[in-house]
Design a protein around this ligand. Structure first.
Ligand SMILES: Cc1ncc(COP(=O)(O)O)c(C=O)c1O
Length: 355
């Protein structure tokens, strides 16, 4: 762990926390007092600093803006009843951002910078962590290319930054999703398996079209045959077919979600049948007709468990069973919340204490 002395800390003169009701703010709109920055140049990391949250002066020629060398992560910190702060599985986010860095020809972030910066930042800004049942502090680490240069090549300088914001529910209601077969999120050999900023930019237009039709999100299908389900928005997909939990198998077109991994671990621990495999559109439509499609939901850090109530496909809406009766996803939702809030034993050691 990076020692305190290696991170320069510039504290804010007056906290802004009392200007907000942190238990009741819109997702991603209000940012905590401090941010962490580390810089990469001449082949090494340095200048690790915590400073008041602020705009950073940068050149309009900055290469991240033009050529998309920009990657990010998303994770959450929680406060338990004793006021202790714990982060949900941050080491997994640390590993994943470095996977993204390698694929995008960016430098890997040392663990002491990632975890040291994160820990010190949360110690300073713990007053921003909501205490409500569904509240958490959303943490956004990101790495951007900062060369002031026009010309397509890997940047030689980078900034790694962590900002945080109090968060409540991402979706307040169960969602309607549209199976998308014209536009694709990712193709084999591409960057779908990493959290590259461009993956999200390219998703916005198809999502906008779906929203104009009354859906909240699209379900992406594979870019080759357009017939297998992949994921949805910022969530992995799960179904309960009869009594089996089924989810698309990971590939280089799907982000390996940490929530997905946690849900599967719990399902296996509860003795459920779990299948990670290809799921075709036809299989889901047929399961719906037969009545074996019991549950459908998205899983992700921001959305947590997002219940899917309607699946749209080729002009038809397929209504799913009511959310109240969904035994598996409701139990998962409760269990994850209780683990995160310290109300249930953390048998997998998922919670990382901030001390
Ligand atoms: C495209 C995509 N899929 C899935 C997920 C879910 O991943 P996680 O559970 O690690 O948040 C996310 C969110 O990070 C995402 O952006």
């Amino acid at each position: 762990m990076i020692a305190n002395a290696e991170i320069k800390i510039e504290k804010i003169a007056h906290s802004r926390v009392n200007e907000y009701d942190v238990n009741n703010v819109p997702f991603g709109k209000c940012f905590s007092d401090h941010m962490f920055i580390a810089e990469y140049s001449d082949g090494k990391w340095g200048n690790a600093t915590i400073m008041p949250y602020q705009n950073v002066p940068m050149s309009y020629a900055m290469s991240a803006l033009h050529y998309g060398q920009a990657i990010f992560e998303g994770m959450k910190a929680y406060k338990n009843a004793d006021g202790e702060v714990n982060i949900f599985r941050p080491i997994e986010n640390f590993k994943r951002i470095n996977k993204s860095a390698i694929r995008m020809a960016m430098p890997e972030i040392p663990e002491e910078i990632f975890m040291g910066g994160l820990t010190e930042l949360l110690k300073l800004d713990s007053a921003w962590i909501p205490t409500s049942d569904s509240g958490s502090l959303y943490i956004r680490p990101f790495l951007i290319a900062t060369d002031e240069a026009i010309g397509v090549k890997a940047s030689e300088t980078y900034k790694f930054i962590i900002i945080t914001c109090p968060a409540g529910k991402y979706y307040s209601e169960p969602i309607k999703v549209l199976i998308e077969t014209n536009f694709f999120r990712a193709v084999e050999g591409g960057v779908g398996f990493v959290k590259a900023a461009g993956n999200y930019g390219r998703s916005l237009y198809p999502t906008k079209l779906a929203q104009q039709k009354g859906y909240q999100q699209v379900i992406w299908t594979d870019g080759k045959t357009h017939s297998y389900l992949e994921e949805s928005g910022t969530m992995n997909l799960m179904f309960v077919l009869d009594n089996t939990v089924v989810t698309p198998a990971l590939s280089d077109t799907i982000l390996a979600g940490i929530t997905r991994n946690s849900v599967l671990a719990l399902a296996k621990d509860w003795g459920m049948n779990v299948e990670e495999r290809k799921i075709s559109i036809t299989e889901i439509i047929e399961a719906h007709a037969k009545g074996t499609l019991k549950e459908a939901f998205g899983v992700g850090t921001a959305a947590t468990i997002a219940q899917i109530i309607v699946i749209g496909y080729e002009g038809k809406d397929y209504a799913l069973p009511p959310v109240e009766g969904r035994q598996f996803s409701n139990k998962i939702d409760d269990t994850l919340r209780n683990i995160r809030k310290g109300k249930t034993a953390d048998k997998f050691n998922w919670m990382y204490p901030v001390k």
